[in-house]
Design a binder for this molecule. Structure first.
Ligand code: AGP
Length: 613
């Protein structure tokens, strides 16, 4: 939920730290701060608001030589969990001596008890944060060895943390540790950089080390020494990122979201490439780590996720039942572990998460593991916690998704879920011929999406008609029902229009009471089974004055004529059609938000990865 950067190596650390925060700002942008070591003392600057304000403040507050000569420091951009986004609550936080600085991502669940104990020892706190309590606890444990002090403090903590710690008395090192919040260490040439994710590292090095839970590392300019919290040495391999800095930039688009919408033909190609077998009429998903016999013995698929990932799971539910004749159900990840789920070894649990760090989904994975289910994940971020804790699954290969509103991850998730369902189906009653035919349709998805993207200007024009509404309803049937939910989420989270998705038949069971003259109905009226029923639902809405924007199939002129406005998608398999259909809704939401002048990549109140319950 927050972005952490640590750097040690060459002069110019402050600039490296602030630029790193810029790359991580999508993780949270309520407030920001930076601490460096200068002349054996900690120098710190913090400010509410975005990183740009911190940069201005630091230039104003600090002597230019200090700003330029620092070789070590830590920095943080915050998504508030404890205490409002003020300067005093911004990280880094200091211990009581002022010689130790800490940045933290996560939640210290027992911080109140720790704070009371420390106050009893004479500690005084300035902020409302749990993080300041951890800083003071480290200070209290510090007997001259920062590593041991951090170890001792973390043994007293319950909750989650990804931290970086700096001490004026040990200027040649940074201590970093994680439990439940990601930490990646970039190994450079005479410099080392610590970050919450690799987008802040890629400009410096492609060589990275992912810390595991309860790892703690001593990081210097030339070395990374990793131990566990019991001070036992641990070996973690150096991985290659294979990520270029440009990939983390906007590529000439006004917003990351528009870039990520338009790069979907490429990202979907990357997702699908090498994963279809036209001899067997099946898919090749080696990461699932399962034999056909193991798959054939499964009797249920449980799909877990939150938000957009939950919606992808809802499409997956249709795919598994349609292609594999297996019972499939979607569970809201936050609810899953508290309902004491009935699971066993013949249940396949698929955790869907773009970031691979969503706390609710991670907790659900741990519950499914506890119950002995067959657990795997569908993640985009390589080496993310959920990917590593499930130990098997499929990576999306969609590249970094920077915009808080998820777009390319959703379409890649759906593509993988259809391929997973095909793989299961081919181990059951789905024929080779049907598998080859569906494989060809899956292979064509990038082309289908490109045809929708070519309507960008048309969709932008339509958006002007709907940009001033304060309410909107999205409706669909079958696999288009989750697409309606996802379209509504996209519109509400970036344009702040109150948008709701409903099954097309559900509107008349109450919500239709909300329709007034001109209320927009965005209807998934594509040419798949159930279309005629949807058209009937559309007429029920029109009879009450609604304005209809239809997503219709190319060439279906009769249906198009029923709409006030329409966007077309190519004719294709009903499951495959969910992908071009959602791309139309992504562009619609983007242009409405743009016209309304909204902050599209970093909408208010949101963060890219929700790493708290
Ligand atoms: C989607 O646009 C939102 N940003 C949000 O619903 C997101 O999908 C959800 O928080 C799950 O994130 P994850 O896929 O990284 O687990």
């Amino acid at each position: 939920m927050c972005g952490i950067v640590g750097y040690i190596g060459k002069a110019g650390a402050t600039t490296v730290l602030i630029n790193g925060l810029r790359r991580l700002e999508y993780r949270g942008y309520d407030s920001a701060g930076v601490a460096i070591i200068d002349d054996d003392r900690i120098v710190i600057s913090k400010s509410p608001g975005k990183v740009a304000r911190l940069n201005d403040k630091t230039h104003a507050d600090w002597d230019p030589t200090v700003f330029q000569r620092a070789i070590a420091g830590i920095a943080h951009t915050r998504w508030a969990t404890h205490g409002p986004p003020t300067e005093v609550n911004a990280h880094p936080h200091l211990d009581q001596s002022g010689d130790v600085a800490l940045v933290h991502n996560g939640i210290i669940e027992n911080y109140r008890a720790l704070r009371a104990r420390l106050e009893g020892l004479g500690h005084h706190f300035y902020s409302e944060t749990d993080t300041e309590v951890l800083a003071h606890l480290i200070g209290e444990c510090n007997k001259g060895d920062l590593f041991q002090a951090v170890c001792d403090a973390l043994h007293q903590v319950s909750g989650t943390f990804g931290i970086a710690v700096l001490s004026a008395n040990e200027p040649d090192r940074i201590i970093t540790a994680r439990r439940g919040s990601p930490i990646v260490i970039g190994v450079g040439d005479g410099e080392t950089i610590i970050a919450s994710d690799s987008s802040a590292i890629v400009a410096h090095t492609q060589r990275v080390i992912y810390l595991d839970d309860n790892d703690i590392a001593i990081v210097t300019a030339d070395s990374v020494e990793i131990r566990d919290l019991n001070n036992v040495p641990v070996t973690r391999e150096i991985a290659e990122l294979n990520l270029d800095a440009a990939a983390a930039e906007k590529g000439g688009y006004d917003h990351f979201m528009l870039k990520e919408i338009h790069e979907q033909p490429d990202t979907l190609s990357n997702t699908i490439r090498g994963r279809l077998d036209f001899d067997l009429g099946s898919s090749v998903l080696a990461g699932m780590g399962t034999s056909p016999r193991e798959l054939a013995e499964l009797n249920r698929v449980v799909l877990l996720g939150c938000g957009t990932s939950l919606h992808a799971g809802l499409v997956g539910e249709y795919a598994f039942e349609d292609l594999a004749d297996i019972h499939a159900e979607v569970q809201q990840a936050a609810e899953f572990r508290y309902r004491n789920p009935i699971l066993g070894s013949r249940d396949l649990v698929v955790a869907i998460s773009q970031s691979g760090e969503t706390a609710d989904t991670l907790a659900a994975v741990r519950e499914a593991n506890q119950k002995g289910a067959f657990v795997m994940s569908l993640c985009n971020v390589v080496g993310s916690t959920i990917a590593r804790e499930t130990g098997r699954g499929v990576y999306l290969h969609a590249g970094p998704e920077i915009s808080v509103a998820s777009t390319k991850a959703f379409t890649s998730q759906v593509a993988v879920l259809i391929m997973m369902a095909l793989k299961l189906g081919r181990g059951r009653r789905y024929s080779r011929e049907d598998g080859i035919k569906l494989g060809r349709e899956i292979e064509s998805i990038p082309t289908l999406v490109a045809r929708v993207l070519r309507q960008d200007e048309h969709i932008a024009k339509i958006a002007t008609t709907y940009a001033n509404n304060e309410h909107a309803f999205f409706i669909g049937r079958g696999p288009m029902y989750p697409v309606a939910l996802e379209g509504a989420l996209k519109l509400k989270e970036i344009s702040y229009i109150h948008a709701e998705g409903y099954h097309a038949a559900e509107l008349k069971h109450g919500p239709i009471a909300l329709l007034e003259n001109g209320t927009p109905i965005i209807a998934l009226a594509v040419d798949i089974p159930g279309k005629d029923k949807t058209l009937g639902n559309i007429e029920e809405c029109r009879a009450r004055g609604a304005r209809i924007l239809g997503i219709v199939t190319e060439g279906d002129h009769e249906t198009a004529e029923c709409m006030d406005d329409f966007i077309t998608i190519p004719s294709c398999h009903p499951l495959v059609a969910t992908i071009p259909a959602v791309v139309a809704l992504q562009l619609f939401a983007y242009h409405v938000a743009r016209i309304r002048g909204c902050e599209i990549d970093q909408p208010r109140n949101l963060a890219k990865s929700v790493t708290v319950e």
